[in-house]
Design a protein around this ligand. Structure first.
Ligand code: SF4
Length: 799
């Protein structure tokens, strides 16, 4: 833990800098770009029935959008307002009225015809509802009946057949903590959260290399660092106010480098609404781009290190920070031997970049006195996501970019709640304040006063597969309790996910709105429980930002929805119903304040959370920098260099590597059919112009993107994507990814694949002859035991 405290917000320069402008033409006229002013008016219009409450949420609450982190309209990085259209889009979730009774009890097929966006527009869930197997409609039930039914089911199943999941939708630390405790109290370790499909590899990699599980630095370290690298991360789109920090960084001479297969327009230039010169003329953000192949990052970093080791041979100290390494890092010799054994051929083919380009990046970093590496799903959502992140840590360790000002490693989070979820123990590998290891189990058992089950819980992907196990299997999922989450729209292979959801006996969806997963049948019943938003919770709540700021969000005066309850209170109620006598003894905290007091004891890093009571209260756990002065919280205090082998991706001739990206959306919630940064429609398939020409497909022509896992029907759109790679929107592209393929260390599903792109008419002309026979041959995947299908071992269906 660091001793240096965060220095507080910095000031932006007052004079403009025309050298950074995108164009001298005001307001980006004629360019494809977001229209922030129009979006703001739209927000006002959508919230017109509840404007004073909307304003109070914006000015007093902690944003429930991404994890950049802001309390009211102020953050800890820059003086001045902090607001973005993502937050404005989400506002309606908090101000919408209840779903009208008629809509909530409509025929299930009527509801199923609606998209998630349309379901969201219906409004808030007001009452507990149930739909028994065979019933066509949900019907209202009392809290007592709903919770009684869930508690009865809990008592009737083996705890290994029950699982919890928590999304990051504005959930507070208090909710995660109570869910983590309740799950263990009820005897199950099957509890997982949304980080499983985003940053779980980041935590795993950071832990194994340097002993930490969070960002080592603060956003203020971006500002004035020599090199700021965005790696598989489009922060300008997903954490929009980060563009303001990037602007501040550029004003201090920071070079911004982006490593991504697609030259994302949002990082090329951005019109930052709260900075007048940028709002008018835009700001050029990225100074250089390295368009690696999808899955080519490991090879790319190996190339950087190979160049560094060659530089070191010529002139020791010209590339590596030898003093930092000798004091703080293990494993140099082994890493060097590994890297020197690699061929440039493999590196160039895997990364998709030439040796000369890789050397440019290597030399830029070698010259830099400081550097911050920021990454997101482009690195983590791979079946080798932990190794991808490990490579980034290797670079930081070799250059000594750790534990000091303007240096650090930052897995930037996309959801306000997600950083705290594992830190509170809502994870099969974690408990509050530690890993799921004997020492932490012993410590937490003492604090909680009951035995924690000792078996290893499953990650959410495996939990869903467990629903398809034979009826008599000890881990067959029979009861699934999920707070938020729409698995049909987030997990690979939605068809298989649907079969899993339908095969669970009792499904409980605790949420604020309806989504498509809730409408799937269940073997016995589906129960919907209405939750309060973070702004409605009695006693307020806290959430932890990417930079480890724990912010307090107060309860905000305003309308309340039907019978919605605090989420932590619902978990507590469940615990008390299932085991009343024992719960009376050990589940005592029944206010938000009481839970925070308990968190402070359970998670030592969170000591201080018990003092957060009012709007604006916050603290940063761990100080400004983790691993301060290079001292890591590992057994010997040193970081560990880990050699990583090339994943050896070989693209079949005529095929493409495919991955996904985000458009106008917040995680899986889509807010617009057109991407404001490139004008692409959701069904568009982004292809390099030279590849499109080779395929003989023109812009706008209908294409079928297909592989043995599925088909996606779309339109080709040429875009600056690395050759041989295609980009699809997420979650639409999920139909092309296999299920059951997980990263071995962190359990994130694989979200990349090889595909063919064909003109639709060519595809159909060939379909009868070729694809029908493939379909007939494809083995069915139902009934596979969990974990039986490792990477590459998946049976396939073509649709
Ligand atoms: S950048 Fe993130 S934290 Fe800031 S207002 Fe937007 S969604 Fe909220």
């Amino acid at each position: 833990m660091g001793k240096t405290k965060h220095g507080g917000p910095m000031r932006l320069p007052k004079t403009p800098k025309p050298g950074l402008w995108v164009s001298p033409v005001p307001l980006g006229l004629g360019k494809v770009k977001p229209h922030h002013i129009m979006d703001t008016f739209r927000t006002v219009w959508r919230n017109r029935d509840n404007l004073p409450y909307a304003w109070r949420i914006l000015t007093r609450g902690v944003c429930d959008g991404c994890a950049l982190g802001v309390s009211g309209l102020r953050d800890r990085t820059l003086v001045g307002p902090h607001l973005c259209t993502t937050r404005l889009n989400l506002l309606r979730l908090n101000t919408a009225p209840a779903i009208p009774d008629g809509a909530l009890t409509a025929d299930i097929d009527e509801l199923r015809r609606m998209s998630s966006a349309e379901l969201r527009e219906l409004g808030r869930l007001p009452y507990p509802m149930i739909r028994e197997r065979g019933e066509r409609r949900f019907r209202r039930v009392s809290w007592d009946e709903a919770m009684g039914r869930i508690a009865d089911k809990f008592r009737s199943v083996d705890p290994k057949q029950a699982a919890f999941y928590l999304t990051a939708r504005g959930l507070t630390n208090e909710t995660y903590y109570m869910a983590a405790k309740t799950a263990r109290f009820l005897g199950t370790n099957h509890i997982d959260n949304a980080s499983r499909i985003c940053h779980s590899p980041s935590k795993t990699a950071l832990k194994r290399s340097i002993g930490i599980g969070a960002s080592s630095c603060s956003y203020t370290d971006w500002i004035g660092t020599d090199v700021l690298v965005f790696w598989g991360s489009v922060a300008a789109n997903n954490q929009p106010v980060s563009t303001k920090y990037m602007y501040a960084a550029k004003r201090q001479g920071t070079k911004i480098i982006v490593i991504n297969p697609y030259r994302e327009p949002a990082l090329d230039g951005y019109w930052i609404p709260s900075i007048p010169e940028s709002a008018l003329f835009g700001t050029k953000l990225a100074d250089d781009w390295y368009q690696v192949n999808i899955g080519g990052d490991i090879d790319f970093v190996n190339g950087v290190m190979k160049h560094w080791f060659a530089m070191e041979k010529r002139e020791p100290g010209s590339a590596l920070d030898l003093s930092f390494i000798s004091k703080h890092v293990n494993g140099l010799d082994k890493l060097r031997a590994h890297i020197e054994g690699l061929s440039w051929d493999v590196i160039e083919r895997g990364s998709g970049l030439s040796r000369e380009r890789i050397a440019e990046f290597a030399e830029l970093l070698a010259r830099a006195r400081s550097g911050v590496f920021v990454w997101s799903m482009g690195l983590t959502q791979h079946r080798f996501g932990t190794d991808n992140v490990t490579q980034v840590v290797n670079l930081a360790l070799l250059r000594g970019f750790l534990g000091r000002a303007k240096c650090g490693l930052m897995p930037i989070r996309g959801h306000s709640g997600v950083q705290g979820s594992s830190e509170m123990g809502a994870d099969p590998f974690s408990l509050p304040g530690g890993d799921f290891d004997p020492a932490t189990i012993g410590r937490i058992e003492k604090l909680w006063g009951f035995d924690i089950p000792k078996w290893q819980g499953d990650i959410v992907g495996v939990t869903l597969e467990n629903a398809l196990l034979p009826d008599d299997h000890e881990r067959r999922l029979r009861l699934f309790y999920t707070s938020g989450g729409n698995f049909l729209e987030t997990m690979p292979n939605p068809d298989r996910i649907r079969r899993s959801l339908e095969n669970i006996e009792l499904r409980v969806h605790q949420d604020i709105i309806l989504n498509t997963s809730m409408l799937a049948d269940a073997r016995e019943a589906v129960i919907l429980l209405p939750a309060k938003t973070r702004y409605e919770q009695e006693g307020g709540g806290t959430s932890t930002s990417t930079e480890r700021m724990v912010y307090f969000s107060p309860e905000i005066r305003g309308p309340r929805i039907g019978e919605a309850r605090e989420e932590w209170r619902i978990f507590l109620d469940l615990a008390r119903r299932v085991k009343p006598e024992e719960a009376a003894r050990v589940m005592k905290a029944e206010t938000a304040d009481g839970i925070r007091a308990e968190i402070a004891l359970a998670a030592p890093n969170y000591d201080g959370i018990q003092r957060l009571r009012q709007q604006g209260d916050f603290f940063q756990w761990g100080g400004a920098w983790l691993c301060e002065d290079g001292v890591c919280p590992t057994a010997d205090g040193r970081g560990r260099l880990i050699p990583v082998a090339s994943p050896g991706i070989r693209r079949t001739a005529g095929a493409f590597l495919a991955t996904t990206r985000r458009g106008k959306q917040f995680n899986s919630m889509v807010y617009g059919s057109v991407d404001p940064f490139n004008g692409a429609l959701r069904e568009d398939v982004l292809v390099n112009p030279a590849d499109a020409a080779e395929l003989g497909i023109a812009d706008g022509e209908a294409v079928v993107v297909h592989n043995r896992f599925g088909r996606l029907y779309g339109r080709l759109k040429t875009a600056p994507v690395a050759r041989g790679n295609v980009e699809l929107f997420w979650p639409e592209g999920n139909v092309l990814f296999p299920s059951g393929v997980y990263e071995p260390h962190a359990g994130i599903p694989e979200y990349n694949t090889e595909v063919k792109v064909e003109k639709a008419d060519v595809f159909y002309a060939r379909k009868d002859r070729k694809y029908r026979s493939t379909e007939a041959e494809a083995p069915e995947e139902d009934g596979l035991p969990a974990g039986a299908a490792g990477a590459g071992a998946q049976p396939c269906r073509t649709e």
